[in-house]
Every structure is written in C-alpha cells, then in structure tokens.
Design a protein around this ligand. Sequence first.
Ligand code: MN
Length: 353
Amino acid sequence: MKIIHCADIHIGSALQNLPAEKARIRKREILDAFFRMLAFAGENGVRAVIIAGDLFDSPRVSRQTKRELFGQISSLCQTDFLYLPGNHDKGMDFGDIGEALPPNFHILGGGDDWKYFRCGNVCIAGYELSRGGFFWEKLRFERESFNIAVLHGEPAAIPFDRLKGRNINYLSLGDIHIPDMEPKRLDSRGVYAYSGCLEGRGFDETGERGFFLLDIEGGTFKRRFVEIAKRKYHALFVDISGLDDHSKIYGRICEAAAHIPEQDIVKVILKGRRKADAQIERENLEVKLSERFFFAKVEDSTSLDMDSIDFSNEISLRSEFVKLVSSSDLPSERKEKILEYGIKALSGEAIDI
Ligand SMILES: [Mn+2]
C-alpha cells in the first residue's frame, strides 16, 4: 500500500521576501506543487495522503482557493486525505465553500482523543498537540497493524520518550520545513521523520523540497523522497577578496552561480576582504542577477582589506579621513570599524550598522 507523507504546504502564504509581482507568481506555485503531488498520487495508485499540519498559511485563504483545492481532492476519489490541522491552520473555517467537504477528506483533529483512520492493515492516527493532555497514554494501536501516528510540532514539543513502546511503525511529523532524508529511530519498532514543505518559501529553506512516498508491505515499509518543488532557494557564499572592480565581482559571482538553474531563487552573500577602492554596487548586482534567475538578493558581508587603504597621494576628503583616524589613539579594532564605515559612506554606499 502506498501512502504519501507531506506537511507544511502553507497555501496562501504572502511570501514577503519577494517583490509583489513575483510573490503572486510564487503563491500560485505553492498550490501548483500540491496539485502535482495529487497527480502523482493518482498516477501511482496512492491509497492515502497524510498532511501533517499547516496545509494553509492562515485562515485568511480565499474561498475560491479552498473550492479549487477541494475540487481537486474530491476528483481523486480513490485516495483518502488525512489532514491534521497545524498551528497555522488554527481558526480555519470551511463553512464558506458552499458545499460539504469531499467524502475522501478526513480531519484528524479536534476533540481530546486521537482520531483514527484505518485502511486494510494500516492504521493512521492524529492528535492536535495544542489540545495538550497526556495524549500519548490514549494512543491505541494494535500490535498486528502497521501503525502511523501523525503530529505537528517542533522536536521539543514531541514527547518522543512517551511515544516509545506504543506500536508506532512510523511517526509522520510536520512543522519543521526541512525533510529528514534519513528517518530517525523512535524505538525498536518505529522511526520518525519530518517531511519538510513542498516549496521553499525563504532563504532559510534552501535545497530540495517535496514529500515522502511510503510503500508498506505487511509490517515493513520502504520510503523514498519525491522532489516536487518548481524552484529551489540557494544561499551562495562568494569570496571577493582581491577583486578591485564591479565587473570582476560580478564575474566571480557568475562563476560561483554557474551550476544554479535559471528558475531558482538565489541569495549571494559576499565575503572576504574587500579592497578599499572596490565598488560593489549591490543594487546593480541584484538587478543583473534577477535577470538570470527568478529572483536574486545580494548581501555584503565583506570586511575592508586594511592593507588596500592607501590614499596618501591623493588630495581628498577620504585621504584626510584616513589620516585622522589612523593617527588617533583609538584601539585598532575600533579604528578598523570606523575606517570601514567611513570609507563606505564617503564612496556613497549604503551602510548597515
Ligand atoms: Mn509550517
């Protein structure tokens, strides 16, 4: 029997780290990724889809989106959807969709006990952590079944020790947006894993995103990761030490980013020791890179190369500034910082303090 474990779809997410137009495109892509997963489920004879929380980003999701979502779910009538509400789903109301929820959509939440769903030899049970209580004591899994527990919460909120010895084969978790490529051991019988989200939503969610496909046979199962994300987020560190002009800096970034597909989203973090004369022109780099990729951001984390400061043979404000700071009695660390910000400011660059 094939079962999908996914979580943290965050439908309706505002994606504030992107410009408005790209955020709108990306908002739809999150829904599209969910629909691609549904198509996969249909094509591969998936019996059930476990959604381990945060299907929605907030209860403010539009009525049309909900109707579209449930339309797709109900058309996949051979597959049951087991939805555990997550912290982001709190206050979600389905009353406005104008019709009953599809019969294959089951909510594994509400109430003060586990909600169970059984198909064949497989038993799936979910509980909303926000309801508190000694819920682990109420879990009733038969020894003979293949048992999947569903919870949504960060590792510190999951009482792993209390869940030991309760006949769990697989604990499918949601809340952490990074997939556990290797499941972790719960006890002698079971393992646990977070599935991660279907599409990254920020530079703290770099790398592959998708869901896990469980293939259960008797008391054992195989699990594989299915990548579904349309775009990946990348955080790319580029050392620009020794480079003295904008073209060279851009060239070095392009070299470092050569392996990144053009549909992806890239943050370049410049590091190393920047020459005093080097013009980084961060905004310009962002525009150029945003033409190569879906979206790009550049962060300047360089420090000033003190050995490259030599303005002694020019008559300028910065030359006077360097002389003044260098001859002061300030500790050398403080001098370096003052020179760093001062030279940046005098060359018209933005400074983040
Ligand atoms: Mn989440």
